[in-house]
Design a protein around this ligand. Structure first.
Ligand code: ZN
Length: 380
């Protein structure tokens, strides 16, 4: 499927009930309520007894398992997934063809308590992506039951990553990152892992046509407590998707589209067997993600080479997410890029109208030579 076609479908099936970074329970519930009863079921409940729902689509022999918001504050892939479901429910020829060959099992929110509170962890403060072996949490047990019964042919593990990740030199934001997780300590290769690698390379071909040099490869350090590593270890080819930052897109409205394109391209590659011709070694040509970005970087302070970094903290307020700027105390030399860069050379820099930055955590205002910087610091 050509890139223009992928972009066209992504635009057509964008669900406008889902906007912004926070997904309220009402929004997701009303979406799930529209889904036919025969094609949805509750796989378990969260710590706070919220239902965890799975949706079923398609009649095909290839079983694909997709889940999002295992980390409650990672909603971009959920929105892309909702758009993708909308496309699958359309009567388009492509959707029909996909549904004739694939049976989807989709869990839009695996961690509904974390989704409600906008936290990475669940209500018991456990990172579900470190609970794959012990399954101490009800969400982990519900999920394990699903994949044990399903025995999926492919698993799509959907996440968001922080704005700190970049790729290349000079770095660009890592708008989408992928990983074919390791299945053992030595990070060896086998058919399962190579299958996931090939599919990643295949999806990346389209992404490079629309976001060149903004796709990264995630670190493959092995940890069997992670869900992806466990699934790969069990022989289910698994792909980690990470939705990241795109230039000036803190709401990740653009990134949502690139995730949609990846999902559709990947699934199309599966039903057309196209990804099988790919050389898995090309996976290693995708540059590794690096932690090299700050949200705002102020360079050349006081005629020295010093720089000051500012990161946004995502805070939920009245069902809306706001981005509060705070000062990063440690300045690492390897952090060299800002999504927004300010040159303070020769100017007197003040933050909150004071010169002593050591006392500052939350930032209200940045000024150069008494002139307020035009940046709208608190993004809503
Ligand atoms: Zn995550």
């Amino acid at each position: 499927m050509e890139i223009n076609k992928l972009l066209d479908i992504a635009g057509t099936y964008r669900n406008t009930s889902f906007l912004g970074r926070y997904i309220s329970q009402e929004t997701i519930d009303s979406f799930i309520n529209t889904f036919p009863e025969t094609h949805k079921s509750i796989i378990g409940t969260s710590v706070e007894k919220r239902p965890i729902t799975q949706l079923k689509l398609g009649e095909g022999s290839i079983k694909v398992l997709m889940w999002s918001q295992m980390h409650g504050n990672e909603t971009t892939t959920t929105k892309a997934l909702i758009d993708f479901i909308g496309f699958l429910q359309s009567n388009s020829a492509e959707a029909k063809e996909i549904l004739s060959q694939i049976s989807f099992t989709i869990i839009p929110q695996l961690n509904p308590d974390g989704a409600k509170a906008y936290t990475r962890v669940n209500k018991n403060a456990v990172d579900l992506n470190r609970d794959a072996q012990d399954c101490t949490q009800p969400e982990s047990r519900a999920f394990k039951k699903v994949y044990k019964e399903l025995q999926p042919h492919f698993c799509f593990n959907l996440h968001d990553q922080r704005t700190i990740f970049g790729v290349g030199k000079p770095a660009k934001p890592a708008t989408v990152s992928f990983l074919s997780p390791a299945f053992n300590d030595s990070r060896a290769l086998n058919d399962t892992r190579e299958k996931a690698m090939k599919l990643i390379v295949y999806m990346n071909q389209s992404l490079q046509e629309t976001i060149p040099n903004q796709v990264g490869r995630y670190d493959d350090g092995f940890n069997l407590n992670c869900v992806g590593d466990t699934l790969q270890n069990l022989g289910f080819p698994t792909i980690l998707f990470e939705a990241g930052h795109f230039q000036n897109d803190y709401q990740r409205a653009e990134t949502r589209k690139f995730i949609f394109i990846s999902l559709l391209k990947g699934i199309w590659g599966i039903i057309k067997n196209k990804y099988e011709d790919v050389d898995y070694r090309d996976y290693f040509k995708i540059p590794e993600n690096e932690k090299c970005f700050y949200d705002i970087l102020i360079k050349n302070i006081g005629n020295r080479e010093d720089s000051l970094a500012i990161q946004y903290k995502e805070v939920l307020k009245d069902n809306k997410l706001i981005f509060l700027p705070f000062l990063v105390k440690e300045i690492g030399k390897k952090f060299t890029y800002g999504h927004h860069e300010i040159d303070a050379k020769g100017a007197i820099l003040t933050i909150n109208s004071i010169l002593d930055f050591s006392k500052i955590t939350e930032i209200q205002e940045i000024s150069l030579d008494g002139k307020k910087f035009s940046l709208n610091l608190t993004k809503t």
